[in-house]
Ligand binder design. Structure first.
Ligand code: F6P
Length: 517
């Protein structure tokens, strides 16, 4: 039976539509490294009951066990999705040797570099899951003092890598080519630019300053990379879930292996919470259910992520890939469509910048969008008053979205300054806030490796739970392949004198701007 036709789903939908959305009661979940406040999400005993029934119908318990046991969680590619194994204090026996060996190789490489005081700079060349995770974590945690400066270049637009290389000392730079497949156009193109840069700078043996992180060791060897400079990752971990593997090398080079270990520990603690906490107190499960209510029942097309800490700026693109590459699909295990709206579009910006950018839309647009607010209780700067301002603004925005402003409240405001009653009423219409707009608040005690690891694992598991509820596979990404094939076709046409086979517009632009170069 399809999900939308199941009585359990219909009960869930009815409960969600009739649940309170005015935050009458505090709903706080204590999880490792953070606290989750769901007070401003739809809530009722009936919804909680329907949610439990929905999880049971969709086989959540078995799916979660498959995830942690390295079973066939990525069922269209016949693979495990074993990112939890990468951060487990005792990795599962089946992969323990491989995981522990690569962890130790990573630590030894960093220790050796530290001992030799080598590589003041790291140029990390990856894209997607081989970039966003390391980029997010090194930017978020470098406030505590980084041992090395890590630059990231991902786009094939060579301005990106040129910008990343600007003012770097080629003789003191380690180049990391991070690509699980080692067939992705962008990192390989950027690696070519970086190798030329090292050669042209007179680096004696450039390849000795290059490291590869990949599941395709043969391709890295074929590129000439030295065997002991190749760190292995595996096909049983998805790219967007791989920062816990050797893909995290730049994190350890910048912040130290202890920080990387703390990142893993925070994620592992969230894993244990997700694996064992009762449904009602399970942070990833409850965050996932709120998202399903908002997306599939209340009809919100997107989700805003607003970290009220500029150090977390990159959590938005990281979450965009995690959520949209995992849940931006409709096909279920038997190929039939999910039948309900699935993955939301993810967007956002750090606060308070977001307030001056798109919060008008959130407050007074026809629908607006749910918001995940992220806050740290303690800052890592000395300006306590500024941190209070940050917190006050975050809480105020949540409150305004939740409670809204009625016409009568708005009229009281306008009447105080407008003597003409008709004009006061007119202006009041422009100041009404509908309210009842959902949000979650995630509060970290402080932004550090452990709490950040827990936060990222929270989102990974939230995405997994939503995949289970919708019946879709959050670990494949068939939708990204078609565009890559078409790009290769166009590249072939550029090298061929034959007339283009493309549609008129594509054909026009190939002839107008591409062939000329
Ligand atoms: O965007 C498509 C994708 O395959 C992502 O899933 C992946 O993280 C990225 O490209 C990079 O892939 P690779 O690490 O194999 O270069």
């Amino acid at each position: 039976m399809s999900l939308p036709n199941s009585p359990v789903w219909q009960q869930f939908t009815t409960a969600a539509n009739t649940a309170s959305r005015r935050g009458e009661q505090l709903r706080l979940i204590n999880a490792p490294g953070l606290r989750l406040d769901l007070s401003a999400q739809a809530h009722s005993p009936a919804l909680q009951e329907a949610s439990t029934a929905l999880l049971a119908q969709q086989g959540f318990d078995a799916a979660r066990a498959t995830l942690f046991d390295g079973g066939n969680a990525n069922w269209t590619e016949g693979r495990a999705a074993w990112h939890t194994a990468l951060r487990a204090p005792q990795p599962p026996a089946a992969v323990a040797a491989a995981v522990s060996a690569e962890r130790e190789r990573l630590r030894e490489f960093v220790r050796e570099a530290d001992k030799a005081d080598r590589y003041g700079y790291v140029l990390h060349l990856g894209i997607g899951g081989s970039d966003w995770g390391p980029r997010l974590v090194t930017r978020a945690l470098r406030h505590g003092g980084a041992k090395r400066e890590v630059r990231f270049a991902s786009n094939v637009d060579s301005h990106s890598v040129a910008d990343a290389m600007s003012r770097l000392d080629p003789h003191d730079t380690l180049v990391i080519v991070a690509s699980k497949s080692f067939t992705t156009t962008e990192p390989l193109a950027n690696a070519e630019v970086a190798m030329n840069w090292l050669r042209e700078a007179g680096v004696a043996d450039p390849i000795k300053q290059v490291v590869a992180i990949t599941a395709n060791v043969e391709a890295a060897l074929n590129l000439g990379i030295l065997p002991d400079h190749i760190f292995q990752i595996w096909d049983w971990v998805g790219g967007r879930y791989s920062l816990w593997s050797a893909i995290g090398l730049p994190i350890a080079l910048a912040l130290g292996t202890d920080a990387f270990d703390q990142l893993l520990a925070g994620a592992a603690a969230m894993d244990e919470h997700f694996r064992t906490a009762p449904i009602a107190e399970n942070a990833p499960v409850q965050l996932a259910l709120a998202g399903v209510v908002n997306r599939s029942v209340l009809g919100y097309d997107s989700l805003v992520i607003a970290p009220y800490d500029s150090r977390l700026y990159h959590i938005v693109p990281w979450a965009q890939q995690l959520e949209m590459e995992s849940l931006g699909k409709v096909a279920t295990a038997d190929g039939s469509p999910a039948g309900v709206p699935t993955g939301a579009a993810i967007w956002g910006m750090s606060g308070t910048d977001c307030q001056h950018t798109f919060f008008q839309w959130l407050h007074q647009d026809t629908m607006g969008a749910p918001v995940d607010f992220i806050l740290c209780e303690q800052p890592d700067h000395a300006y306590a008053r500024h941190h209070e301002l940050l917190i006050a603004n975050c809480l105020a925005q949540r409150s305004a979205l939740l409670r809204g402003k009625s016409f009568d409240e708005a009229l009281a405001e306008t009447s105080a300054t407008e003597s003409d009653p008709a004009r006061a009423r007119l202006l009041a219409q422009h100041r009404v806030h509908p309210g009842g707009r959902p949000s979650s608040l995630i509060v970290l005690p402080r932004l550090e490796a452990y709490t950040l690891g827990a936060l990222l694992a929270l989102y990974e598991h939230k995405v997994f739970v939503q995949g289970v509820i919708w019946g879709i596979n959050p670990f494949d990404q068939w939708g990204v392949e078609f565009g890559k094939v078409l790009a290769k076709n166009i590249m072939r046409e550029l090298d061929s004198p034959q007339p283009s086979q493309q549609d008129p517009s594509t054909r026009f632009w190939i002839d107008a701007i591409a062939r000329r170069h």
